[in-house]
Design a protein around this ligand. Structure first.
Ligand code: DX5
Ligand code: ZN
Length: 224
């Protein structure tokens, strides 16, 4: 079973209430919330205030992706705003261990992300301390980019490690995902699929999500 997490970054920001409702009706599992600070990534999105307003209207799982420098500074704000999962970037943390342990201590789920240029070896030492590993399949900071299939090798490595060490670990892929390449990601070992443009820009987001699920079911993890 996969979890589909539409990225709100691709929504109409002028009408978030309707956009969230469309995703509930489309049977999405999570809402993926991309927080960008204009420093770690060259773009700015929204912050904890917006998320706390959405929380009042929606009981879906909030999957918060922090693309911000030194994210530990803002963890409490995002927890207060209603985050269920907080993912930080390994490249952005001053102290990765301290940051992930802090998030865990607050009893929300913690994810650790790596950007395309970061070697997979860097994330391995932390896998036993997180609930989710995120492999970015585009450069962070922008929606609507082309999926980088070469990043899936990292998904395979992480999945192999998780299986061999008996870890209960979710593996999320983020960037350029659509109905056609979801199966490549699930075969490599991913079970959480973030998709912005392909879902929000569709007139029938429910069909896109259903197709992603059926393609994933037809292509489960295939160990080499
Ligand atoms: C990129 C974000 C992604 C992105 C996904 O920095 O983390 O979540 O918005 O959007 P698409 O699916 O359009 O690549
Ligand atoms: Zn994201």
């Amino acid at each position: 079973m996969i979890y589909v997490a539409p990225s709100l970054f691709a929504a109409d920001f002028g009408d978030l209430r309707t956009e969230i409702r469309r995703m509930i009706d489309a049977d999405a599992n999570y809402i993926h919330l991309d927080v960008m600070d204009g420093a770690f990534v060259p773009n700015i999105s929204f912050g904890a205030t917006v998320i706390s307003c959405l929380r009042k209207r929606c009981s879906m799982i909030f999957d918060v992706h922090l693309m911000i420098e030194d994210p530990i500074r803002f963890v409490d704000d995002f927890i207060r705003a209603g985050a269920d999962i907080i993912t930080v970037h390994l490249e952005a943390c001053k102290d990765v261990k301290k940051t992930i342990r802090y998030i865990r201590s607050k009893e929300v789920r913690v994810g650790l992300a790596i950007s395309p240029e970061t070697p997979v070896e860097k994330i391995i030492p932390y896998l036993s301390e997180v609930d989710m590993a995120m492999v970015m399949t585009v450069r962070p900071g922008f929606g609507g980019q082309k999926f980088k299939p070469e990043c899936l090798e990292k998904v395979r490595t992480i999945k192999r490690y998780a299986v061999s060490h008996n870890l209960d670990l979710d593996i999320e892929v983020d960037g350029g995902l659509n109905e056609d390449n979801t199966a490549l990601a699930t075969e490599a070992g991913a079970n959480v699929i973030v998709a912005g443009s392909s879902i929000f820009k569709s007139k029938h987001p429910g069909h896109v999500i259903a197709k992603m699920r059926s393609n994933a079911d037809a292509h489960p993890y295939k160990p080499e």
